[in-house]
Design a protein around this ligand. Structure first.
Ligand SMILES: [Fe+2]
Length: 204
């Protein structure tokens, strides 16, 4: 039987920090509030009535071992270009908001931030600028097959190289090859990459 495919519409997050979460997503991805009361908020950054909602019913507790528990790893937002991603990185950096870790997945350049509840939010740009091409890469590339998680990089080093005039066409293969690796061991989801098992299945 044919599956009528619905369009992905929104995510709702439980929070005990309603205003902090709304303010953070406003700042990071430009959502606007369509409705908010004492315990709830519905926000969007496009034409949909809401894309990100927040429920803060009384009695919610933080999960001290969130990183060790199953559940959603991250949500993701895509810019139209690598340049937009870098401009946004600089804007957030200047406001004191920095990625927890950054990866070149082969199909995207991805910066992972942590929201006030400790949820990861991926800001990305497509390495091909085209979903058909990046999907083809994902399905067929030996490079992706051998390294599906990706290569860690230091976003500040990459941003500086970009600002110095290095084109994305030469920069991206260098990032993927590990020429902009961060100092120290990067962590994904609370576990150091080196301790997270091999192969690590984070997905992009
Ligand atoms: Fe992702």
């Amino acid at each position: 039987m044919t599956v009528i495919k619905p369009v992905f519409h929104h995510v709702t997050i439980k929070t005990s920090r309603l205003q902090e979460m709304v303010d953070w997503y406003c700042k990071v991805v430009g959502v606007e509030v369509n409705f908010q009361d004492e315990y709830n908020a519905w926000t969007t950054n496009d034409e949909a009535n809401h894309r990100l909602a927040f429920l803060s019913v009384p009695g919610l507790e933080d999960d001290a071992d969130k990183a060790k528990h199953t559940g959603m790893h991250h949500s993701a937002f895509e810019y139209a270009s690598f340049d937009e991603l870098m401009v946004s990185y600089e804007r957030l950096r200047d406001e004191g908001i920095l990625p927890a870790f950054s990866l070149d997945h082969g199909l995207t350049i991805s910066l992972y931030y942590k929201d006030p509840e400790g949820n990861y939010v991926e800001l990305q740009s497509d390495n091909f600028g085209d979903w058909k091409q990046s999907s083809h890469f994902m399905r067929t590339s030996k490079d992706f097959q051998s390294n599906p998680i990706g290569t860690f990089f230091d976003p500040e080093k990459v941003c500086q190289a970009h600002r110095a005039g290095e084109s994305f066409a030469t920069l991206q293969p260098a990032i993927r090859a590990g020429k902009f690796q961060p100092d120290g061991v990067s962590a994904m989801g609370g576990l150091p990459a080196s301790d997270a098992g091999t192969p690590v299945r984070l997905g992009s």
